[in-house]
Design a protein around this ligand. Sequence first.
Ligand code: NAD
Ligand code: IPM
Ligand code: MN
Length: 359
Amino acid sequence: MRAHIAVLPGDGIGVEVTAWGARVLQHVADAYGHTFRVSEGSIGGNAIDASGSPLPDASLALCKQADAILVGAVGGPKWDVGPPEARPEYGLLRLRKELRLYANLRPVKAIDALVESSPLRREIVEGTDLLVLRELTGGLYFGRPRGRSANKRGIRVKDTLTYTSGEMERIIRLGFDLARQRRKQLASVDKANVLASSGLWREIAEQVAEDYPDVTVEHILVDACAMHLINDPRRFDVLVTENMFGDILSDEASVLAGSLGMLPSASLGRGRRGLYEPVHGTAPDIVGQDKANPLAAILSVAMLLRHSLGLEQEAAAVESAVEDVLAAGLRTPDLARGASGERAVGTEAMGEAVLERIG
Ligand code: NAD
Ligand code: IPM
Ligand code: MN
């Protein structure tokens, strides 16, 4: 197969982990006889420094031409000034919006070897296998009006939470479809006891449920969901929710997988082209120290192979290479618990070990 992949490393550890994502792609190409043309583009803080924009036109054009996009992460203390539109994060939000990638899949799996890496007890974490399906191009992130105004009494700020019924229905339907391919349980997460938007969300979820009699649905308020998620994660199969709730719940859920450095994601729209990125950010506290866990980025490459290129066997090979290195005891600092049989490694050694085990 021939494919064109855009790689946008971004800032901080985004650069360190996507380097390994790109090496895994190349390795898969060599091992399975594919030709992947990789083009690099800029996004985020470094793009602001170089060109004044967090998403330069050339990067957007590159992503529109590519079959799939691999992103690292954006942002950092250096750029934490000014209005939202001038920040690195806006580059990523605009990219998601421009490409109409409304569905963000964030699988959370407690890999056996990592059950002890979670601060939660084995009995709670073991067997966790859930998918957070986050709406990605609506809600508070994009609603207008927004901003600040001042008068003599003080400053007033405004963010707007807007959704159309169509935006809600397409993500909820996808939740049902994905649940159908899994254990047929859907948790629809909202705040219908308080928010008008959530009221409509729940109505639509109830309507769509009628088309999926084989899927069991529960409607859960987001605050209770946050508690259930770490109290009894095995009750969940697919969780579908709006943009901001999904952002928060997915970082929480990463504790079940052992570390935020383990969670990959896929952002999909109507076509095959998708954007793949770790759930984590630029981790300014560990940047440049060979401490970043590259596995979330590598697992994002597995999702890219599966969802955008249809290469299931290759995707599974990458995932099992990751499971093998963890079973062998290799641990980046975020996963280390000082147990016997663990071998402390950095980003580079972890990446090398995965490469050695593919294909
Ligand atoms: P973060 O995800 O960067 O880090 C949170 C904590 O998790 C830190 O202690 C960090 O060291 C640790 N961590 C994260 N990824 C890790 C990995 N791969 N290996 C080991 N440890 C890891 O979140 P933050 O500190 O709140 O945000 C830092 C910056 O990243 C901010 O500018 C934020 O906007 C940005 N951010 C970007 C994205 C993205 O681009 N998708 C996502 C989240 C945050
Ligand atoms: C994520 C990140 C982004 C988000 C930020 C960097 C804009 O936290 O991908 O989870 O909030 O969507
Ligand atoms: Mn987030």
